[in-house]
Design a protein around this ligand. Sequence first.
Ligand SMILES: NC(=O)c1ccc[n+]([C@@H]2O[C@H](COP(=O)([O-])OP(=O)(O)OC[C@H]3O[C@@H](n4cnc5c(N)ncnc54)[C@H](O)[C@@H]3O)[C@@H](O)[C@H]2O)c1
Length: 331
Amino acid sequence: MEKIRVGLIGCGGRQGAHIDALMKMDDVAIVALAEPVDERREAAAKKTGARAYKTHKELYDNENKGTLDALFISIEPTAHTDTETRAIDMGIPFMVEKPMTLDLEQADMIARRVKETGLITAVGFQDRYLDLMDMIKDELPKHPKGGLVNGAWIGGIPGVWWWQKRSTCGGQLVEQNIHLADGLRYLFGEPLSVYAVSSRGIVKPGVNASPEYDTDDYSVCIYRFKDNVTATLESACYVAGARPNSGLVIKLRDMVIDYRLRNNLIMSTDRSTTDVRRGNDQTYDLDVAFIRAVRTGDPSGIRSPYDDALKTLKMTFAANESMETGKVIHF
Ligand SMILES: NC(=O)c1ccc[n+]([C@@H]2O[C@H](COP(=O)([O-])OP(=O)(O)OC[C@H]3O[C@@H](n4cnc5c(N)ncnc54)[C@H](O)[C@@H]3O)[C@@H](O)[C@H]2O)c1
């Protein structure tokens, strides 16, 4: 079987997980990469044996559909320029990490062009590929509809420089808790409205964060969905330690489904309790789904193509708007 030839744009932390996943696949070869930071570029080139370029522009100037079958784009949220449109121009399918940009006009334009060209795309909403998420999706229709959902992503400040500034990360909801916002959409459909509040002052810039820190310490959203589903979604980065109590708790009339972020799933009724551990590597399965779609031309295994992911991005931007204006935002 001919190998799918992959190019990488960005060789930072998250791309490392994609490199590891792709290197486990017999039918994939990483053949080109672009990364401006010398040590990262050199380390990734050494690990993969790929042709190395300093920027995505150099990569696109030297590679084309004859040398690349697919691209993995994993760069800072504000670094998206012509990184996607040049792939679209060349007809090269791409997987891009969430949040795909902080510029919604740019995202709309990319989604439109992807639709016009029919290009295969995937966005890095890894949680959609979790076996635990499949179990929740199977379980929900067996119960009366409606009830409360409590979502939370609680922890500390991630290490990357751009995370500490709201202008470069979009806020914790847009950058990080977008995974659980996407989980809500995946499970309950499109939101009807959102109201959100946020707070700062617990984290001290220059004391327990970088001097540039100006993002929210926490925020709370209330998303309403059809069928009497209302979800709270908490994001907090002022808590030291790893993700205590993060996940989704779904309170149905006859069952409580307690999804502990990427770890386990507890389902309780008044008669029984089951507790299942995560059994798959969801990033690997996301990457397999994308590569399979590229090979076969059939995108049906991709759970989050660009246009769908854009709806989740807009869902988080609407919450930011509510935080800023104090108003309920209707979708
Ligand atoms: N799906 C997930 O679970 C998940 C997890 C972590 C991060 N992410 C997302 O992945 C993206 C990258 O995050 P990260 O933590 O790896 O950041 P990072 O800062 O570690 O890496 C980004 C890299 O992109 C490089 N880069 C920037 N512009 C470039 C360009 N034009 N051409 C080539 N390289 C370029 C930077 O030099 C940097 O090394 C972000 O959007 C983040 O939100 C997703």
